[in-house]
Design a protein around this ligand. Structure first.
Ligand code: COA
Length: 151
């Protein structure tokens, strides 16, 4: 398995991973309408457009994409691993690459709107919980990381 830059050709597979995460597990904080909204916001076209705002990476196992994650506009975004591959360190490897790229690009501070289920994952990477961001159909845990402190 290796971590490499996201390419347009990865968008369909990445979008499917995101859908499988939302449809096969409870990430917390989403009503059924919220889940629907998340699926609509993570189409292949949306992912391609989002990737242009910053640096996005995928975990690839042979030719198969099994995870995605990146940052853009000061925010960690779109960190998802294929459900069958959770808890094997893949999300951590993606995030380490994202954080190293952010440091190279002289970012000092990153924010993340974490799903409720992913809060311990980001906490292990050094993110600190700020507050809960509430929308009518979805809520997130807002977390921040000081890149200089967590080098
Ligand atoms: C969050 C996510 C990306 C983590 O990816 P992963 O490859 O499973 O994570 P890792 O194996 O690198 O986990 C590293 C550590 O994070 C913590 N962690 C990860 N998932 C966790 C969970 N569900 N519950 C508690 N702690 C968790 C653990 O400390 C874990 O270390 P351990 O397995 O040695 O105990 C993955 O669970 C996922 O895709 N979730 C659904 C989508 C989602 O909510 N994404 C976040 C969007 S903001």
């Amino acid at each position: 398995m290796r971590i490499r830059r996201f390419r347009k050709g990865d968008a369909v597979a990445a979008s499917q991973i995101i859908s499988r995460c939302f449809l096969t597990m409870d990430v917390g904080g989403n009503s059924p309408e919220g889940v629907q909204l998340q699926l609509e916001h993570n189409t292949p076209q949306e992912l391609i457009a989002r990737a242009e705002t910053g640096a996005f990476f995928v975990a690839a196992d042979g030719g198969e994409v099994i995870g995605i994650g990146g940052y853009g506009e000061g925010m960690v975004r779109t960190v998802f691993v294929e459900p069958d591959h959770h808890r094997h360190g893949i999300g951590t490897r993606i995030m380490k690459r994202v954080l190293s790229e952010a440091r190279k690009n002289r970012e000092y501070h990153l924010e993340c709107w974490s799903t409720h289920v992913a809060e311990p994952f980001y906490a292990k990477l050094g993110f600190k919980r700020d507050d809960i961001v509430e929308f009518p159909t979805v809520s997130f845990v807002r977390m921040t990381l000081d890149l200089a402190e967590n080098a």
